[in-house]
Design a protein around this ligand. Sequence first.
Ligand SMILES: [Zn+2]
Length: 459
Amino acid sequence: MPLALYDTWSRSVRPFAPLQPEHVGLYCCGPTVYDYAHIGNLRTYVFEDVLRRVLMLNGYQVRHVVNITDVGHLVSDADEGEDKMEKGSRRTGQSAWAIAAHYTEAFQSDWRALNLLEPTAWPRATDHIPEQLEFIAELQRNGYTYQTSDGVYFDTTRQDDYGHLARLERAGLRAGKRVAMGEKRDACDFALWKFSPADSQRQMEWDSPWGRGFPGWHIECSAMSAKYLGPWFDIHCGGEDHVGVHHSNEIAQTQARHGTRLANFWMHGHFLTLDDKKMTKADGDFVRLQTLIDQGIDPLAYRYLCLTAHYRSTLRFTEEAIGGAQSALDRLRKAYASWPVGGTAHEDFVSRFNAEVNQDLNVPRALALLWELVRSDVPAATRRATVDHFDTVLGLRLDDWQAPVQQVPADIAALLASRQEARAAGDWAEADRLRNALRDQGWQVEDSADGQRWSRCEK
Ligand SMILES: [Zn+2]
């Protein structure tokens, strides 16, 4: 079954075809690095990782760009309030630059713990100020900007279809939106460039043709996606909260400069709720991946939990749910580790799995199929090879996991212990003899930087 994906722009699931043969450009809005990511933020990146893996399954080479927002994201989406970075700096007493470095590293560490594939590029907003200035200048030449005492704004009234992505009703929006307009001419207009306040010194600011200041949050994504993927690429992703403002504004800017709606497909991951409330950092008390790790939860159990819900449905996070995900993953690992290597994948299961994930990433159904396979009477080595195929999409690293030594049969554990002693004593001949003895018993051993790694194999 060919790949079909839900596109927020057309509000429909439609067949996916790349704009250039075999290559896919994928842009995902990244973190604003003023604080740790909460697990609700991370759910979106798990969805995007699964998308990328499914694209790869379909034979595409994916150019995957995730930006780092390290300037310009204001506390309120309505171009008011403080820059989140400068606010974070006040909260912690560190410089805005040190904060950005610290939380970028923390974010990328969560990224690796969740086994998300490394993006092709991680561009930072502060490294792309010239590209953003050039973009704004071009918008000005095209007549889409106006200047107020606090910045340069995008004039959304120039576009009849502004907000189409979110199906915004301009008239109703204007009447209903109770935002402080300041000198803005329309409630939907947004800042491209904000001037530094006259009465205080910003840490992050740059010269521009309009005055010293800093870029708006939306222009960063339009400028960097165009630089790395071109102004018309395949898929743009983000959280569902981006549809109404951030992504609508990215599209408005790109249409005004390049005449495209930026991406052929717009895809959005839905929220994770905690006690039936959307998790936000504004509440102060939020759950991080590290919070789970401190409670003995494996980060990949959180990944497993994300896989149990379709990306377009809300996922309720509860203690029972994450506990259930951890025990399901444990059961799966144990079963997998008990199967010998050397089989070939089961054709029918593989094609059913591919059909499920190709139908707008129906991963919950693919997981159900995985459990059907685990419980089936398909030969164990075949099950293992088939699950290896599934795991290229699920990303649970089943092949990397090894049973704790307590779960290995006692005679095998004794052989492993003797081999470890032989290695420590530098007796390589004895270590090799024990490796062969283990192989005769159906266990293979490899040596890694962390010591011996063992798994089942064919005798
Ligand atoms: Zn963005």
